[in-house]
Design a protein around this ligand. Structure first.
Ligand SMILES: [Zn+2]
Length: 226
């Protein structure tokens, strides 16, 4: 699920990027054994790692899934960033130019869903728009157990758990992202769901204003917080 930034698109995301292949091997997983990939959304730090080098897939994967809303947004001639607060047009222009190349390179292996579908009898996709138009969270279930990958619903756990009414300047639609964050986190908190996020959660915070959520860390000290 999601692939990191990779190194194949001539953009330096720093020394901590581009480790997917070696990390898989460290975990005892051959990249060629990865058959199906789910993309929470199409930001570079989630999809550019699909390729070891430009247009050379990291693995001979069978399928990659993302939501059609996401694909349509990035493939449109002029994706609408008028509700985005990112003050870094050079970066945005590079991302807008390169993301369609990555998505197109998947060819017929890219499967477009609408949200609310089940995959493989253990995964359910759910549209959670705002961070990007087709940003989704992913429910992973088995029997009565469930864990939810909330992707970039919280881009910073330190800031946005106590302040879900705040946002991230990279959200494509900042206000919609806030609305979605409050709604989805409310549902997950009510259901006492275990969650994990793409960007690390490492700090237990006591919320103090607004609608807030209280992270509960399991005895292992690892990240699921609701
Ligand atoms: Zn993102």
């Amino acid at each position: 699920m999601d692939t990191g930034t990779g190194t194949g698109f001539e953009m330096d995301f720093g020394p901590s990027s581009g480790w997917l292949e070696s990390s898989l091997l460290d975990a005892g997983i051959q990249p060629s054994a990865v058959t199906d990939i789910i993309l929470s959304h199409a930001h570079p730090d989630h999809i550019w790692g699909l390729f070891a080098k430009t247009a050379v897939p990291l693995s001979p994967m069978r399928s990659t899934t993302c939501l059609k809303q996401e694909y349509d947004f990035w493939m449109s001639p002029n994706p609408d960033f008028s509700k985005c607060k990112l003050n870094h047009s050079d970066l945005l222009n590079i991302i807008i130019a390169k993301t369609p190349i990555v998505l197109k390179a998947m060819g017929p292996k890219l499967h477009l869903m609408q949200g609310n579908e089940e995959l493989f009898g253990c995964i359910r996709l759910e549209l959670a728009p705002g961070h990007t138009p087709g940003h989704m969270i992913t429910h992973i279930f088995s029997g009565d157990e469930e864990m939810v990958h909330i992707a970039d619903l919280l881009h910073s756990d330190v800031l946005l758990i106590p302040h879900p009414e705040w946002g991230f300047s990279g959200d494509t639609d900042l206000d919609l992202a806030i609305e979605t964050r409050k709604k989805v986190m409310g549902v997950l908190a009510t259901g006492r769901k275990k969650v994990f996020a793409y960007h690390r959660m490492g700090t237990d915070r006591v919320p103090n204003t607004g609608i807030s959520f209280n992270p509960v860390f399991p005895p292992s000290g690892h990240s699921p917080f609701l």
